[in-house]
Design a binder for this molecule. Structure first.
Ligand SMILES: NC(=O)c1ccc[n+]([C@@H]2O[C@H](COP(=O)([O-])OP(=O)(O)OC[C@H]3O[C@@H](n4cnc5c(N)ncnc54)[C@H](OP(=O)(O)O)[C@@H]3O)[C@@H](O)[C@H]2O)c1
Length: 221
């Protein structure tokens, strides 16, 4: 299974304000590119905190993709998405999650909640929520490409587990600041020796945004 991260950051690496609120850092192009990456994935994964901020289906928007293609965006090709479903996975320690009818009832969404304890929803997979266990479960369900749309807490865990193949980052033209504000990768941090090393696959300025795509140098297996 390939694991791809997609994040919009401010110039200072922060992905939200210190209040952890939800707002779009990028332009419509950034959100449409998110649809492209979702269309290329089989499953999208977030953490409970991100889900509570945005408890909506994590599926591609066909109109947004078409608008991006009409805009001659550098990387917007996708295969048809009509009739497809996407696993929307949420990793959480905190159940129950908020009532989210649009998420639970969308026919394009196959909800999966990974939690260490049982909850009221039948979609809860109870067990260890470490990245290797969740990745193995998703792969066993047939997921070939997993898109991480999580915040820096989970991104740090999946990078530390050496499970991330690529990072797509949209560097947006704003500065958020704020000690303790979430960033692309949080957690305890890496030592210089253990810091994941990356290879640049592309870098495209579009308007005031910069779209970068890096491959993660994973450990030889
Ligand atoms: N700019 C962007 O592209 C972007 C993308 C994603 C998120 N965000 C923003 O970033 C902020 C959230 O950042 P975050 O790092 O807290 O993101 P997150 O993706 O919500 O990850 C943290 C949450 O994941 C759950 N979690 C983490 N490790 C776990 C484990 N081992 N087992 C079980 N559950 C675990 C916990 O959920 P529970 O609290 O439910 O237990 C925790 O609060 C929000 O403001 C969000 O809007 C921005």
């Amino acid at each position: 299974m390939r694991v791809i991260g997609n994040t919009a950051t401010a110039l200072d690496g922060r992905i939200a304000t210190a209040a952890y609120d939800h707002f779009a850092l990028g332009t419509w192009r950034d959100r449409a590119y998110m649809s492209v990456l979702r269309a290329r994935a089989d499953a999208v994964l977030v953490g409970g905190r991100t889900f509570r901020n945005w408890p909506l289906p994590l599926v591609p928007d066909a109109e947004a993709i078409a608008r991006l293609q009409a805009d001659s965006f550098f990387d917007a090709d996708v295969t048809p998405i009509e009739g497809r479903r996407w696993i929307n996975a949420v990793i959480t320690r905190t159940l129950p999650l908020p009532d989210a009818p649009r998420f639970w009832r969308d026919p394009r969404v196959e909800p999966l909640i990974y939690a260490p304890v049982a909850g009221p929803s039948p979609a809860v997979v109870v067990g260890p929520t470490d990245p290797h266990t969740v990745a193995a479960d998703l792969a066993a369900r047939g997921v070939q490409t997993l898109l991480l749309e999580c915040g820096g807490d989970l991104m740090a865990q999946w990078l530390a587990a050496d499970l991330v193949d690529e990072l797509h980052v949209t560097i947006c033209p704003l500065v958020l600041g704020g000690k303790g504000a979430p960033t692309l990768v949080d957690g305890a941090g890496f030592s210089p020796e253990a810091a994941p090393r990356l290879r640049l696959l592309h870098a495209h300025p579009v308007g005031d945004e910069l779209y970068v795509r890096y491959a993660v140098n994973r450990m030889p297996r």
